[in-house]
Design a protein around this ligand. Structure first.
Ligand SMILES: [Zn+2]
Length: 81
């Protein structure tokens, strides 16, 4: 796991490190974190869901229909398309 993969512990505000990732679906991951604070020791699970596309990929997977980011849409509109 990368060193940067962390989240703030909701109980003590210390850094919690990613321990495990489990794919729920193509767009959803379940992530297990453990708080780095030894006096806390909180282990918890978060759900990460991919929300939208910012830059279109060059390889599109059938069945994956993500909305475009609003920021990108307004940029396209400005180009008169
Ligand atoms: Zn904690």
């Amino acid at each position: 796991m990368g060193k940067g993969a962390g989240i703030t512990c909701p109980h003590c505000d210390s850094r919690a490190l990613l321990r495990r990732t489990k794919a729920i679906s193509t767009l959803t991951r379940e992530k297990t974190y453990r708080c780095n604070n030894d006096n806390c020791g909180h282990v918890f699970v978060s759900i990460e869901e991919i929300q939208r596309t910012v830059v279109q990929p060059r390889t599109l997977r059938e069945g994956v229909n993500l909305p475009m980011s609003k920021m990108v849409l307004s940029r396209i509109a400005q180009c008169g398309q």
